[in-house]
Ligand binder design. Structure first.
Ligand SMILES: Cc1cc2nc3c(=O)[nH]c(=O)nc-3n(C[C@H](O)[C@H](O)[C@H](O)COP(=O)(O)OP(=O)(O)OC[C@H]3O[C@@H](n4cnc5c(N)ncnc54)[C@H](O)[C@@H]3O)c2cc1C
Length: 282
């Protein structure tokens, strides 16, 4: 099937994008890599009168390092996360999550901001952003109007706090310094499929983070499991704590009980790997 007709706009500045989004409101949608939006349009799961292409907006692409923070502009391709040594050094979870996203053709076009704005519950980047307390820079009328923490950004399946006239311009990922270890684990039926369930884990001397994905409408942190991880509890105990309150969805890919069981296993594995890396880095 082909998408319904739409007007195509190709502005070259953030100000130009914001002006179009303000003018057309919820009849308009930004087009980034198109890897989620175009299939949805083609399958007629969504319809918009106006598409605002972000691909000519140079100020939306690139990565900048500030003190303690890696700033990833929203239009940066996912493949950059996979290939740049600076990403692997600064925010290892981003680099390690990327090869798990679809296939390389998808990552060549797909953007970091597109994945986060799309907010698929089974996506890797939202869980990474949540685990690391990333901050989202959201522009309106051409300038950054607000910064939103990852904990507040994701509202539900394919839904974020952003309004139709707002544009995600960058995501600020804290760089962990000192001894630390990271791991991301997921289960998918075939290579390149969205995860049935997954976990992003980070551990340092005084902090521990566990964010699950594919098991709820948004990525979720599991506080009790994080406390157990920090207290050096055995991996199996941390994993048990992670799934204690969990009520994953039933769908064609897996039953709720299966997702729970898979998640327990993935958390134990991620915790073991992150801890090994943490200990080796001391
Ligand atoms: C076969 C296949 C398998 C895939 N597997 C995975 C997977 O395993 N894991 C995974 O995470 N993803 C997967 N994806 C999705 C892929 O990662 C997409 O690249 C990503 O979800 C969307 O990024 P995009 O840049 O293509 O955004 P688009 O498709 O262009 O846009 C997606 C949504 O985000 C909005 N948007 C984009 N940029 C902005 C912005 N700057 N500000 C505000 N709104 C914005 C758009 O309006 C749209 O609503 C898969 C896709 C395919 C086709």
């Amino acid at each position: 099937m082909k998408p319904a007709a739409f007007a195509y706009h190709a502005p070259e500045t953030v100000t130009g994008v914001c002006a179009l989004l303000a003018e057309y409101g919820d009849e308009a949608k930004p087009l980034a890599g198109g890897q989620s939006l175009v299939p949805m349009l083609a399958l007629r799961l969504a319809r918009f009168e106006h598409l605002v292409d972000l691909n000519r907006v140079e100020e939306l692409a690139g990565v900048e390092r500030e003190i303690g923070t890696l700033v990833v502009k929203a239009g940066t391709r996912q493949r950059v996360m996979e290939r740049e040594p600076e990403i692997a050094m600064g925010v290892p979870l981003l680099a390690r999550a990327t090869p798990l996203i679809g296939h390389f053709q998808i990552r060549n076009r797909g953007t970091v901001g597109g994945s986060l704005a799309h907010a698929d519950p089974a996506s890797e980047y939202p869980a990474v952003a949540l685990a690391l307390d990333a901050e989202f820079e959201i522009a309106r009328a051409g300038t950054v109007a607000r910064r939103v923490s990852a904990a507040d950004f994701f509202v539900g399946t394919w839904t974020t706090v952003m309004e139709p006239d707002e544009l995600l311009v960058a995501v600020r990922f804290p760089i962990w310094i000192g001894p630390c270890g990271f791991a991301i684990e997921e289960f998918a039926r075939r290579h390149g499929d969205f995860a049935v369930a997954g976990v992003a884990c980070a551990v340092g001397s005084q902090r521990a983070r566990i964010a699950l994905f594919g098991v709820a409408p948004t990525p979720m942190r599991v506080q009790e499991a994080e406390d157990a991880l920090l207290a050096d509890a055995p991996a199996a105990e941390v994993a048990e704590a992670a799934v204690r309150e969990l009520d994953p969805p039933d769908d064609v890919h897996a039953s709720s009980a299966t997702r729970r069981r898979i998640t327990r296993h993935l958390v134990a594995r991620a915790v073991t790997r992150a801890r090994e890396e943490f200990r080796a880095s001391r």
